[in-house]
Write a protein that binds this ligand. Structure first.
Ligand code: G4P
Length: 532
């Protein structure tokens, strides 16, 4: 692996930001995404903003199910340019039910925007997503949305973030009231006031005026109590709250906090400008063999973090999403495929914008590209040039928490059934296991995964099936030699790589086993096999 740095790649890397928005459903993720794209020159989205219903259809018609259920179950990557930067926004599903897809997407970003509803603070889904980001040690920027609606007190919101998530919240802006009384934000760093005015539809940036804290206008636009509260709060925030330490931020220990209203497009640009400045471009990665992989190295490296079949029902094609880690990607280049040890030519790379796709000629660290996948790629696959395979950690599989027996309901469709099962399990929609009697067992971390699986089997493959829930609540990978340690009450099945996995009836049973058999190792992720 070459550690030669290419100045052009280094310059391109500096301009990349790869991030995701994490939020509880309804906090305004779709709305914020649209507003960000608006600043990125994606002007044609403005129409969608006004006609929300249309927009919902366009954005999510990859899967009919999303329309039917009003949720986003697929994950897209959108790239937009802003002020000379290229922002890669990876869309995480916003349904309350958690899925492995979300975890994997968060493996491909360098930062996250945590979006909170100002009236609600931290919600259950925010916590789960936050934990994944925190485990990865990536920076998290907080945007408190819907300030035009009645909001919790800003100090209470800071407190809520710290108490529930254990991260120090450092406000960058301070709100002037909320709801009907929302008058704008005070920038604690530049000491400038940005005033808010309601604009119909919010399709264009809210007019903003700037002035200092002593601007006499402020007293005129706020009633005396609101004004006093705001001044005291802003002064206290400026003096008493912890200083912003960039290093603590980069490692995910403190989170800068912004306030605004995505719906009214207020505070979004302020946020975006600061986000680009605060968030790091793709950084060097420490490999398992202790070597450092520099993003600007001349050798190309990328990994597949998501597969999606049938993105276009007409073409019935499968797409593998690749995140560039190092080097420059060029259309038509040949790369080594680490798992199969074969050389692959990447001749038809694409980027997506809803249903529209365009050909990608080049890409740099932080970028996401789609590769048409005739079955070549799997999740976690590493593609690279150069002579040494980079030893990545890989994308973890998660120990499923719910299990079901899979039963085809139309025996004349067995061929389609097998194809669907194979493709959807490759995509990671569900995990597939084999019971000792040879029957298939599906595993998932959330019920939604089962629903998506069943729907897609029927819709995309014409192979209807039934899932019969099995009464197990948790699972762990085990060593082959430990099989006999488990009673028949627990159930040892095999994953697709023939590794034994034990299913426990309950969390209590698992804990009991651990207590009584401390010498038997149980693995939450499949034991990792080092590449030869
Ligand atoms: P999600 O993707 O996180 O689930 O949220 P989404 O953007 O769909 O927003 C959820 C609801 O919150 C939407 O209302 C949206 O208009 C509203 N919203 C988003 N940002 C703001 C904001 O800053 N202020 C206010 N007041 N509302 C906001 P909806 O009723 O579900 O849809 P629609 O009737 O607006 O189409």
């Amino acid at each position: 692996m070459s550690t030669t740095i290419d100045p052009k790649i280094a310059a391109e890397t500096e301009k990349r930001r790869a991030f995701a928005i994490i939020a509880h459903p309804d906090a305004g993720k779709t709305t914020l995404t649209e507003k960000l794209l608006l600043y990125g020159g994606a002007i044609h989205l403005a129409g969608h903003v006004r006609a929300r219903k249309d927009r919902k259809k366009t954005r999510s018609d990859w899967m009919k199910m999303e329309q039917d259920r009003g949720i986003s179950v697929s994950t897209a990557a959108l790239q937009f340019a802003y002020e000379g930067y290229y922002l890669n926004l990876l869309d995480t599903p916003g349904h309350e039910d958690f899925s492995e897809d979300t975890y994997r997407t968060l493996m491909a970003v360098d930062a996250a925007v945590m979006l909170l509803d100002a009236g609600k603070g931290v919600e259950p889904q925010t916590i789960k997503l936050f934990r994944v980001c925190q485990d990865r040690g990536i920076p998290i920027v907080t945007f408190i949305n819907k300030m035009d609606m009645p909001a919790l007190d800003p100090f209470a919101l800071m407190d809520n973030i710290e108490k529930v998530l254990g991260i120090t919240a450092v406000p960058q802006l301070w709100p002037m009231g909320s709801g009907q009384d929302f008058k704008g934000v005070y920038d604690l760093r530049s000491s400038k006031v940005h005033r808010y005015e309601r604009v119909a539809g919010g399709a264009f940036p809210s007019p903003e005026e700037t002035g200092g804290l002593d601007d006499p206008e402020l007293e005129k636009i706020m009633d005396p109590e609101l004004y006093t509260n705001f001044r005291e709060g802003a002064e206290l925030a400026q003096e008493a709250l912890p200083p912003f330490d960039p290093e603590e931020f980069r490692t995910g220990r403190i989170s800068p906090v912004f306030f605004g209203s995505a719906g009214n497009n207020f505070g979004v640009q302020l946020f975006l400008d600061r986000f680009i400045e605060l968030c790091p471009p793709p950084e060097p990665i420490l490999l398992r063999d202790e070597r450092i992989l520099e993003p600007a190295a001349t050798d190309f490296t990328g990994f597949i973090f998501k597969l999606q079949a049938n993105m276009n029902q007409k073409h019935r094609d499968r797409v593998a999403f690749l995140r560039v880690i190092s080097g420059a990607f060029e259309r038509g280049m040949s790369v080594n495929h680490a798992r199969t040890k074969k050389s692959v030519r990447l001749s038809s790379p694409v980027s997506f914008f809803g249903q529209d796709r365009s050909t990608v000629d080049e890409a740099y660290p932080g970028d996401i590209i789609g590769l048409i996948n005739p079955g070549t790629f799997q999740i976690g696959d590493i593609l690279y040039t150069g002579s040494v395979e980079p030893a990545f950690e890989g994308i973890p599989r998660f120990a499923p928490e719910m299990f079901a027996r899979l039963i085809p309901t139309d025996t004349s469709k067995l061929k389609a059934f097998r194809k669907g099962l194979q493709q959807l399990s490759e995509e990671g929609v569900v995990q597939v296991f084999t019971a000792p009697d040879g029957q298939g067992v599906l595993g998932a971390v959330g019920n939604l995964q089962f629903d998506v699986f069943r729907f897609r089997m029927e819709d995309e493959y014409g192979a209807p099936c039934r899932l019969e829930s099995l009464g197990y609540e948790c699972s762990r990978w085990i060593r082959d030699e430990d099989r006999s340690k488990f009673s028949s009450y627990d159930w040892v099945i095999k994953d697709q790589e023939d590794r034994p996995v034990v299913l426990f009836k309950s969390e209590y049973r698992l804990e009991n086993f651990l207590k009584n058999n401390p010498e038997v190792p149980l693995y939450e992720h499949p034991p990792y096999v080092l590449p030869a």
